[in-house]
Design a protein around this ligand. Structure first.
Ligand SMILES: NC(=O)C1=CN([C@@H]2O[C@H](COP(=O)(O)OP(=O)(O)OC[C@H]3O[C@@H](n4cnc5c(N)ncnc54)[C@H](O)[C@@H]3O)[C@@H](O)[C@H]2O)[C@@H](O)CC1
Ligand SMILES: [K+]
Length: 532
């Protein structure tokens, strides 16, 4: 698991060590230089003579970068430090100069930004040390100008002058390897927002602990590989954001034993699909069955049930015991009701879903509320109800609770609005996206496991089925521990992402391929379990 702590928590952990004279910056800079050397060795035969540009801002983040630059200069690399503030870290600057590093002072002469763009174009590595956890708001001043100019010149990143989010320019051949010092300068360290210009990193070397902004979208798309350097901080208390690793999901997976049967493994009830969208029911039931549910019970119209049974003969359609519900995939939201016959059948699906929900909300049964099921969330929900909206649906949920936001607001601040929806509804909320954000009582998860190919029709129905089966397998524990549904939801996002990774040949993947890849994915995960 990657655990991320807020800037305030990291500072609090640094304080006693700094007071005791522990050389934190030296540790950070040495680890940074070592990582850069390892990356360079992996990319070119010799590190000697490699060109490094250090972007240095006013604070200790710039100090880290300058000290690392000094280490690299002593190893024979050609280092140029771009001084983007009138005053930069004294010790770092002196060390860099003593090691033979060159400096370009852009802060006192904005005309030199062009020469920086030229230096960067010829560099092997760029160290982004403009701002770290001391940043406040969008990257301003000379540092902002430099980043804007570099992005305009073709380096991946966000120019910060448009309304759009992070642009992925894909690999630009011959461009330098960008290493962010602690965080990519200018991201919202605690909330993952991207309020202004940011250079996209290939790697972020972060000190003491990961920061929430490295895990949360949209900034998570700008961090590259994350290396957490242990500089000896003791971070107590709960992390602000967590990201599950495959090992965590493997360790918690309920592997059946000889005494288990379909009811101990969990029965998933699925209310999904309409005559208009029967495929969603097939996908959700298939995914639930393939995730290892003890039984899948389909509750819906006969016409959809026939399609489900044709694809999955093991599904049961009779009423009976259920340990988790999946309500809503392929069921149109109420607002889509119209007068044609097709949506009349949609309304019948919605009525069925509403009937099931009314029953289940009275008992302690975990549920996944997806698509049309989200429209049924009117009262407060228990945390073992997991809402699974995408950004547009989250906006609708919020509006129904009197919060006027636009989809673009949700995309710009996913954590803020997912948390708000959790506060308003009481439910655990999983916001679907390239990075999945899950908020439950006192916990936040951010999962980034899926290839971009997964963004395809029906993928959400498969996620709902996987999550339904995972909730059913641990239903009693999920009801007993208010934070557990969020962990299970994050784990479902991980399984969904890894199944897509397994199913894609490196190209397009269909939702059914993803569902079919779940058993192999789970088997792979289980090989990661520590031997008893
Ligand atoms: N305290 C320490 O000894 C340690 C600090 N560390 C490093 O120090 C960093 C934090 O250092 P600081 O507290 O000095 O803060 P930063 O270096 O992150 O930035 C603060 C400076 O940036 C300016 N600034 C703030 N917001 C800005 C914006 N939006 N646009 C442009 N400039 C902005 C401020 O005026 C200030 O001069 C960490 O991220 C980490 O890299 C590490 O070396 C570990 C130990
Ligand atoms: K930085």
């Amino acid at each position: 698991m990657i655990r991320a702590w807020s800037a305030t928590d990291v500072r609090a952990a640094e304080e006693p060590l700094l007071a005791a004279g522990v050389p934190l910056m030296e540790r950070a800079a040495f680890a940074l230089a070592t990582t850069v050397l390892a990356d360079l060795r992996a990319r070119r035969r010799s590190v000697r003579g490699a060109h490094v540009v250090v972007l240095a801002g006013a604070g200790n983040n710039g100090g880290d970068a300058l000290h690392a630059g000094a280490h690299l200069a002593r190893r024979g690399l050609a280092v140029v430090a771009v001084l983007a503030a009138e005053r930069v870290h004294d010790g770092g600057l002196a060390a860099l100069r003593a090691a033979g590093g060159r400096t370009v002072d852009v802060a006192s002469d904005a005309g030199r930004v062009r020469s920086v763009v030229h230096d960067v174009a010829g560099a092997d590595v760029v160290l982004d040390g403009l701002v770290g956890i001391g940043a406040c708001g969008p990257l301003r001043g000379t540092g902002g100008d430099v980043v804007r100019a570099l992005v305009a010149d073709g380096l991946p990143g966000v120019p910060g002058d448009a309304t759009g989010g992070p642009a992925d320019h894909g690999p630009v051949t011959g461009r330098p390897w960008v290493v962010a010092v602690d965080v990519p300068s200018g991201i919202g360290v605690d909330d993952g927002t991207v309020p202004g210009p940011v250079l996209r990193a290939d790697r972020t070397v972060t000190f003491g602990a990961a920061k929430p902004g490295l895990l949360l979208p949209p900034a998570a798309h700008l961090v590259g590989d994350i290396s957490v350097v242990d500089i000896g901080l003791h971070l107590a208390g709960a992390p602000a954001v967590r990201r599950l690793a495959a090992e965590d999901v493997a360790a918690a997976w309920p592997v059946p034993g000889p005494a288990d049967h379909k009811y101990t493994r969990g029965v998933v009830g699925v209310v999904a699909g309409t005559a208009t969208y029967p495929g969603a029911a097939v996908l959700a039931t298939t995914a639930a069955a393939r995730t290892g549910a003890g039984m899948v019970r389909y509750r819906g119209s006969d016409v959809v049930a026939r399609a489900v049974l044709a694809a999955r003969p093991e599904v049961v359609t009779a009423p009976g015991r259920v340990q988790s519900w999946v309500v809503g995939p392929g069921v149109p939201p109420a607002a889509d009701d119209a007068d044609d016959g097709q949506t009349a059948r949609g309304r019948a699906g919605l009525a069925a879903a509403r009937g099931e929900l009314a029953g289940l909300s009275r008992g302690p049964v975990p549920a996944v509320l997806d698509a049309g099921g989200l429209g049924l969330v009117e009262e407060r929900c228990p945390p073992w109800f997991v809402l699974t909206p995408h950004a547009g649906e989250l906006r609708t949920v919020l509006r129904r609770h009197g919060v006027d936001v636009h989809r673009a607001d949700v995309e710009a601040e996913p954590l803020r609005w997912t948390r708000r929806a959790h506060e308003l509804t009481g439910a655990t909320v999983l916001l679907k996206g390239a990075v999945t954000v899950v908020v439950g009582p006192g916990v936040v998860y951010a999962q980034a496991d899926a290839p971009a190919w997964l963004g395809t029709a029906g993928a959400g129905d498969v996620l709902a089925g996987i999550l339904g089966a995972m909730l059913a397998g641990r239903a009693a524990a999920v009801v007993a521990d208010p934070a557990l549904a969020a962990e299970v939801a994050a784990a479902a996002a991980l399984v969904h992402g890894l199944a897509a990774e397994r199913a894609t040949p490196g190209g397009p993947v269909t939702a059914l391929d993803v569902a079919d890849a779940v058993p192999g994915t789970v088997a792979d995960l289980l090989t990661l379990r520590a031997a008893p």
